[in-house]
Design a protein around this ligand. Structure first.
Ligand SMILES: [Fe+2]
Length: 312
């Protein structure tokens, strides 16, 4: 069909769809046709002006300029628009009993130190309340998984990740733990705090302009993996947090909410680790589902995301 010279908006959309319709690879063809269809419909629906179109170009340009080995503005956009959680939901449909996943976020870094059970990921944190996170990694039948790896990261009790802290040089509040024969793990840290996502860039401007706050409820990040199982990227959340109902990145799921229990007298475990009261404990078991054929793609995506946040 020859392209018409006097084009309506529909003519333009039809011509673009026709051109992308010749994409040889079927999945890419599907994605491009869907993208064009929805993008054109969006522009027509809101009757986007030239000034608004140019503002969008400037915003994306600024987002790109802000990205570095320590900052990922595009992940922040994806997270705050709720897209990350929709992708997560589609990619990780869990059978009943498997631990639910949630956003990876922009603050993972490669190279977290390997720590023994009870190892402290927060040795430089002087202001947080000492906290022990323990539990087991189990399969869907409740059988312990030995040698599972828990990659853990968290914000400092002042509300910043190591990569955001101008004074701190290097990694902090990060560690890799391995489960024992009973599937047990034990992480020493400080109580997680709520924190605002970085709002000094275009994502922050979007939140302010739309009347949204930038706060995330207190949480600890985990990627739990084991041979033969699908890895899970998730958080645990503090049940008492005021932002559980309005997380800036929509990541809260009921099954991931934990009770952080305060202790004012010593326990045997705290004494063994040299922790003085008051301290907190929380318990969370991870349930992994068996690996399926798509897991290579899952891991690949996680590694590529991790590399975006890698320290150079
Ligand atoms: Fe976080």
């Amino acid at each position: 069909m020859p392209a018409r010279r006097n084009k309506t908006a529909d003519d333009i959309t039809a011509e673009v769809l026709q051109r992308f319709g010749e994409t040889p690879e079927p999945r890419l063809r599907q994605i491009m046709l869907g993208l064009i269809k929805h993008l054109h419909a969006f522009v027509r629906e809101v009757e986007l002006t030239e000034a608004e179109w140019f503002q969008a170009i400037e915003t994306l340009t600024e987002a790109g300029r802000m990205c570095s080995d320590k900052r990922q503005e595009f992940i922040l956009f994806s997270d705050t628009l709720g897209v990350s959680m929709v992708v997560d939901l589609i990619s990780h449909r869990k059978p009943d009993g498997a631990t639910e996943s949630t956003v990876f976020g922009p603050f993972h870094r490669l190279g977290a130190p390997e720590l023994p059970a009870g190892g402290n990921i927060a040795p430089l944190d002087r202001t947080g309340t000492p906290t022990l996170v323990s539990g087991r990694v189990l399969d869907l039948d409740g059988k312990p998984i030995k040698g599972a790896v828990l990659d853990v990261w968290q914000a400092h009790s002042i509300g910043l990740y190591d990569s955001q802290d101008a004074i701190l040089d290097g990694l902090h509040m990060r560690g890799k733990f391995h489960t024992d024969a009973e599937g047990r793990y034990l992480v020493r840290t400080v109580r997680p705090v709520n924190y605002p996502i970085p709002s000094d860039g275009p994502v922050g401007r979007m939140l302010r302009a739309t009347g949204r706050h930038p706060w995330r409820p207190a949480h600890i990040h985990f990627v739990v993996s084991a041979d033969g199982y699908e890895p899970v990227t998730t958080h645990i959340f503090d049940r008492t947090d005021e932002y559980l109902g309005s997380d800036a990145v929509f990541a809260v799921k009921d099954s991931l909410i934990c009770d952080f229990v305060r202790h004012d007298s010593p326990t045997a475990e705290a004494e063994r680790l040299g922790i003085e009261p008051p301290f907190l404990t929380t318990d969370f078991d991870f349930h992994l589902k068996p690996a399926s054929r798509s897991d290579t793609a899952v891991l690949d995506a996680q590694e590529r995301l991790a590399a975006l946040g890698a320290a150079s």
